[in-house]
Every structure is written in structure tokens, then in C-alpha cells.
Design a protein around this ligand. Structure first.
Ligand code: GLY
Length: 373
């Protein structure tokens, strides 16, 4: 395991550390000292970890805003509640919000702290695997509305992130799988060979899990450092599986699947499109599907209404000038090669890369969607 217990993230707007498994009250105090603090959490997390958070944070400065649990509460009404709690607690420009929960809480805390008195600092203590490896790092803070997911929001980087593996012990298996979907996503795009270690057996090993988390955050840090506001196309690659995934979530009214599960099924749809385009080796697509399955994730979604599913792509933030944008994987292996020889290639990581495409023929998209009916 890595000796260094933190990952440094240097973006243009802020430099901060993501501490891995070294969370303690002294460390946290460095950030909270002499500040009014508002901790934002949800009912389930707060009930489970009330004493954890109270032991970690000096209670005389701490105020709480506890929201209902669930993606369906990631909306403007909850933001109003956080702002209300912040005004009630008389937070000032020097105050701090702390996100204590999964991706939903982390997004909303980032958003509310980004607009409260034109922006105050926030810290993140992610309690879900998905929030540890994705939502808490990089400062994307979006909320949902009737038009779709994360369509309202801002970029607001945290001042620090505290990842404590302790939370994984009590996390439902389904939530662990959902977080693993984001790990499979980022490895597929930027470090394909790292996927090899993912097996249902290895995932039981906490050291392996810790190094998967560490490596995913390092990759995410690299991406946001080089394209903080998703301008150059690099960060957009993190949306691999998300265009299809968001449409799955929308079709199910955000009720049926966890975000990571929808992303897993979205990755498969994106790969089917890549294979049809002839840019991805089918055995690489199968390999990724097998990895998602090892993580306990669903991989095949049954579309209810193909026309509507297609239309929902246009709500995606990546659609510019009515052009659909898809993040696809490209591999440069000849068709006859076996999976074993591909995986043994010395420069495997440079043989598979993610790419953003806006030139996909509508007919082909429908061909893909019709395969999932
Ligand atoms: N979750 C994708 C990103 O942070 O850009």
C-alpha cells in the first residue's frame, strides 16, 4: 500500500488534499478551528454515525442540517433548507460547511456553500464509495430538476476531503457495487490495466479496496487538475457511460437504480455503440462487462420507450448545438487477437483510450437502443 496518506489536488481555483484513511479530530481541527461550522447530512447517515461525527468535530462550533435521504431530494428545496440553516446559525464568510454523506449530500453541500454569501469553504467526509472516488473530488456540485440530472449547479472545489474506509464496513453491498462502477469507469478510460485486479474475490480484501480507491482518486485528481471546468474535453471523458446512464435514470424516474448501477448499464450501451462503430474490440467490451458483473452490478437495461430514451439524450449537458456527444472507448487491437494476448500487451494502457464523439449517425444510435428493448 502507498505510504503517502493523502493525494494533493492542484486546480486553478484551489489546491487541496484528499486524506486517505488518516482521518482524526486533530487533522480536522486544522480546518475547523475558530470557525462556525454547519454539518450537512441525511437522516440515515446521521442516525448511524452521530457519535462518529460528534467525536470528530468540536461540538461548540457545530450546527447541523439533516436532510431526508435519497437522490429525489437533490433539489432546490433542499438547498433552501441548507441556506436557511446557514442563516439561522449565522454563518459568515469565514465559516465552513461540512458534507457528511454520499454523493447527494456532497453535491448539495458544495452547491449551497458555493452560493451562501457568494461562496464559503466546505469540506467533504464521504460516507459512500461513490462519493469517495468521484463526487467528493473535483468540485462538481449539481442538483436535479424536472428537466434532468445535475442541470443546475456550479464548480466549487472543497478545501479538503477526508476518506475513511471505516464507512465501507456498514455500507450495503449494493452501494459498494455502485461505487465500483465509477472505479471501473475511470480505469477503463485512463488506466485499463488496473481493471485486471478487480475480481469478486479480490474485492473482499480491504488492502486491495484501499488501493483501488487511492488509484481512482489519483486519476480523478489528474483529470480535474488538467481540465477543472470541463473545457478541454478531458474531464468530459469522465462521463463515459453517463449519457446512457442518465437516460436510464430519467426513464426510471430516479427510483429503480442507484446512480452507479445506471452508469454500469450505460457503459455497456456505450460499448455496444463503440463495437458497432468498429472502434472497440468486442472482447474488450466483454471484459469490461465481466468486470462490472464481478462488482455485482447490473449490466443490461431494458429500455421502455426507445423514442423517449433517445430524446432524453438532448437534455444532457454535453449536447451542444443539438449535437449528441458520446464518450466512447477505442482500442487499437486487431480483431483476431485473443483477450489474453491483448491483456498481456506491455503498453495496454496506451492501447485503449476514451474519446468524445459528436458525429454518430442517428440510425446507428437507434440500432443500439433497439438491442436493449
Ligand atoms: N463525475 C464526473 C466529474 O466529476 O467530472
Amino acid at each position: 500500500m502507498q505510504k503517502k496518506q493523502f493525494i494533493q489536488v492542484n486546480t486553478k481555483s484551489k489546491a487541496y488534499k484528499v486524506y486517505i484513511d488518516s482521518v482524526n479530530s486533530e487533522l480536522l481541527q486544522k480546518y475547523t478551528q475558530n470557525k462556525k461550522v454547519l454539518i450537512i447530512s441525511n437522516e440515515s447517515i446521521y442516525k448511524l454515525y452521530k457519535s462518529y461525527i460528534e467525536n470528530l468535530i468540536d461540538s461548540k462550533n457545530a450546527n447541523f442540517c439533516i436532510l431526508p435521504d435519497g437522490e429525489k431530494f437533490k433539489n432546490m428545496k433542499s438547498i433552501e433548507k441548507i441556506l436557511d440553516a446557514a442563516f439561522q446559525a449565522k454563518l459568515n464568510r469565514n465559516s465552513l460547511m461540512i458534507s457528511f454523506g454520499g454523493g447527494v449530500i456532497s453535491d448539495m453541500t458544495g452547491f449551497a456553500s458555493g452560493i451562501y454569501e457568494r461562496g464559503i469553504d466546505f469540506l467533504s467526509i464521504p460516507t459512500s464509495l461513490l462519493a469517495m472516488v468521484d463526487a467528493s473530488v473535483g468540485g462538481k456540485c449539481g442538483i436535479n430538476n424536472k428537466y434532468g440530472k445535475n442541470l443546475v449547479g456550479l464548480f466549487h472545489q472543497p478545501s479538503a476531503v477526508f476518506v475513511d474506509m471505516f464507512f465501507l464496513k456498514s455500507l450495503p453491498k449494493r452501494e459498494i457495487s455502485a461505487g465500483l462502477a465509477e472505479i471501473v469507469k475511470i480505469f477503463s478510460c485512463f488506466n485499463f490495466s488496473a481493471l485486471k485486479v478487480i475480481e469478486s474475490k479480490t474485492l473482499q480484501d480491504s488492502n486491495i479496496m484501499k488501493s483501488l480507491i487511492f488509484n481512482s482518486i489519483k486519476l480523478k485528481a489528474f483529470v480535474v487538475e488538467n481540465d477543472e471546468k470541463e473545457k478541454s474535453g478531458l474531464r468530459a471523458l469522465l462521463n463515459y457511460g453517463h449519457t446512457f446512464g442518465h437516460s436510464i435514470e430519467l426513464e426510471c424516474k430516479f427510483r429503480t437504480f442507484l446512480h452507479g448501477e445506471a452508469v454500469a448499464m450505460g457503459i455497456i450501451m456505450a460499448n455496444v455503440l463503440s463495437v458497432k462503430l468498429g472502434i472497440l474490440h468486442p472482447k474488450i467490451a466483454d471484459f469490461i462487462e465481466s468486470k462490472l458483473r464481478s462488482c455485482g452490478l447490473p449490466t443490461r437495461y431494458k429500455i421502455k420507450n426507445v423514442e423517449q430514451f433517445y430524446e432524453s439524450f438532448f437534455l444532457d449537458k454535453k449536447s451542444v448545438d443539438s449535437k449528441l456527444h458520446f464518450v466512447l472507448l477505442e482500442s487499437s487491437f486487431s480483431l483476431g487477437l485473443s483477450l489474453e494476448s491483448m491483456l498481456e500487451t506491455a503498453n495496454l494502457d496506451s492501447k485503449i483510450k476514451a474519446t468524445l464523439r459528436n458525429d454518430i449517425d442517428k440510425k446507428l444510435i437507434f440500432e443500439v437502443l433497439n438491442e436493449f428493448c
